[in-house]
Design a protein around this ligand. Structure first.
Ligand code: C2O
Length: 562
């Protein structure tokens, strides 16, 4: 195993990735951030120097952080924000997992200003687990894109009477797009340096494209003109390749696509990624064509590295366009099978039912709720710090929680800090009943969960899940048997629907569980799981982590929701 060191300076920069100038956040002046590529077992050291105007933090999405919960990067939960002109060193080992991940800012909504980048972990068995051999391995990041700074968008989204989240102005692929400036008369725009993304792929070979939706809000529907492809990995779980012509990817989800360049009639094709506007509540589109980002896929003869192609040689390939209705849900996982047989998840010791709500109305803030709780991060004293301090100070209330499981409304503020705690290793179910009309991509930090089921209407109950397990049938096509279940770290709770997840709470620390739409988590759609309390009693908060909190609160709040 290797130690891989990175030095990152986070800076404010003006950028025009698609032509339109806007203030951005960049890592070492780069957007998107640099690729972190590691082997399983490696240690990553990322030194973050915050030279930007706002407080920040970096979260490594999907990484277990087993034993290093204080490196999870979630402000108000595992750390205080890194104030402007302060530094923090993230250091952790990536073990027990491989595949496609990413990193993003986890303070307020700063990720959508540019603080995102890919993270790929290779396993020793990669070749074996990936059933189709491939010659290239590339990352394709998709994101919705805004022409204004996120902090301003956030303020208007949370304003009393505001009825919806900000609508994206466009989309980017690997940080590229080229907008027609004449269509954007109110923006400062120069598209002479902007280009459409392109991918040169050797003809007659298989290529692995790791799709990551690093965006704040939009689902993308992806297709490659006139090509079928196989999906071979879902959020770090290798699966038996499943063929399709289209895929849907929610914010923070990842899929590996194996694309065969075996077409014989032409040698350039469009790869299309379209934001699916009706997956968000306000169906208004960002403008003609602006909902789609296209990349040119160029077949290259073996041996050549590049042939100059640009907008002069636009593909004339045809879209699949089968007129299929697009549904805003995870792809039908009944047809996905993990590459390694995974036994049915153990029976859960605890099952928690949460009502998910977004409350919008005149003269009140738009807030997200799990049951009665709407998260308000304590930026000066995160949950982890309060927990460790309480446990180590012979505090009676905290001491009594050492043997208890369940909702902890004694040590934490139930209204703003919904904390579910467990001592020892516990198997836990989360049932989300979504009372909102919108779809919410739910993410659990530090774990992969089994998706027990998802669907429309009210949760049908465990008996119905079991019945399906026996018959291996499905009720409405997107609920599945309790055997060889998909494990991933982001799954969608459909509008007015339900989502049932199971995970093993074996990872010591405090883990956020939240909607991954930036505006929603910042509006409070966040809760926390506190696991292995028995392991935490001899923990101390590392000095560097404590120091982050010794900063004036006004500095820590910079960039966060009012
Ligand atoms: Cu990728 Cu808490 O998030």
């Amino acid at each position: 195993p290797k130690v891989r060191e990175y030095k990152w300076s986070i800076v404010n920069r003006v950028g025009n990735p698609d032509g339109v100038y806007r203030p951005m956040l960049m890592i070492n002046g780069m957007f998107p951030g640099p690729l972190i590529e590691a082997n399983e077992g490696d240690t990553l050291v990322i030194e973050v120097d915050n030279q930007s105007d706002n407080a920040t933090s970096i979260h490594f999405h999907g990484i277990y952080q087993n034993g290093t919960n204080f490196m999870d990067g979630t402000t108000g939960i595992t750390q205080c924000p890194i104030a402007p002109n302060h530094k923090f060193r993230y250091e952790f080992t990536v073990t027990g997992q491989s595949g496609t991940y990413y990193y993003h800012g986890h303070h307020a909504v700063s990720a959508s200003d540019g603080l995102v980048g890919p993270l790929v972990i290779h396993s020793k068995n990669e070749k074996k687990l990936q059933r189709i051999p491939y010659v290239t391995d590339r990352v394709v990041m998709l994101q919705d894109w805004y022409h204004d700074l996120s902090s301003g968008l956030l303020i208007s989204a949370l304003e009393p009477g505001s009825e919806s989240s900000p609508i994206p102005n466009g989309a980017l692929m690997n940080g590229f797009n080229q907008r027609d400036c004449s269509q954007l008369p109110h923006r400062m725009c120069d598209n002479s340096t902007a280009t459409l993304p392109s991918l040169d792929l050797t003809a007659n070979a298989n290529h692995r494209l790791r799709f990551i939706n690093v965006g704040a809000f939009a689902w993308f529907q992806v297709e490659v003109d006139e090509h079928e492809f196989a999906i071979s990995e879902v959020d770090g779980t290798d699966i038996v390749p499943t063929y399709d012509t289209r895929m849907m990817i929610s914010p923070a989800q990842r899929y590996s696509m194996i694309l065969s360049t075996n077409h014989t009639n032409a040698d350039s094709f469009w790869l299309r990624a379209r934001m699916v506007a009706h997956c968000w509540k306000d169906p208004s589109l960002p403008g003609p064509g602006a909902d789609e980002i296209k990349a040119v896929i160029n077949y290259t003869p073996t041996g050549t590295t590049k042939k100059p192609k640009g907008l002069l040689a636009q593909p004339n390939s045809r879209s699949w366009n089968k007129g299929m209705a697009v549904e805003c849900r995870d792809m039908n996982m009944t047809s996905y099978v993990p590459a390694i047989y995974s036994p049915p998840p153990p029976v859960a010791a605890h099952s928690y039912y949460f009502r998910l709500n977004l409350e919008i109305g005149d003269w009140r803030l738009e807030r997200g709720f799990f049951n009665q709780s709407t998260f308000r991060p304590n930026l000066q004293n995160p949950t982890l710090h309060r927990t460790i301090d309480g446990l180590s100070s012979h505090n009676e209330t905290f001491n009594s929680m050492k043997n208890a499981d369940g909702v902890n409304g004694v040590c934490y503020d139930k209204k703003h800090d919904l904390v579910i705690q467990h001592t020892g290793v516990k198997v836990v179910d989360i049932i989300i009943q979504n009372f909102d009309e919108g779809n919410h991509p739910m993410h659990l930090h530090g774990h992969k969960f089994w998706v027990l089921g998802q669907g429309h209407g009210p949760f049908p109950g465990y008996e119905s899940l079991r019945m399906k397990a026996k018959g291996r049938g499905t009720l409405d096509g997107h609920e599945r048997a309790l055997d060889n279940l998909m494990r991933r770290d982001v799954a969608t709770a459909e509008g007015f629907g339900w989502l049932a997840l199971r995970f093993v709470a074996d990872n010591p620390g405090v883990w956020a569980f939240h909607c991954h739409m930036a505006w929603h988590s910042e509006a409070g759609l966040v809760m926390q799981f506190l696991s292995r309390i028995d392991k935490l009693t001899d923990w101390r908060i590392p000095e560097a982590n404590q120091q982050l909190c010794q900063v004036d609160i006004s500095e820590l709040k910079k960039g966060a929701a009012p």
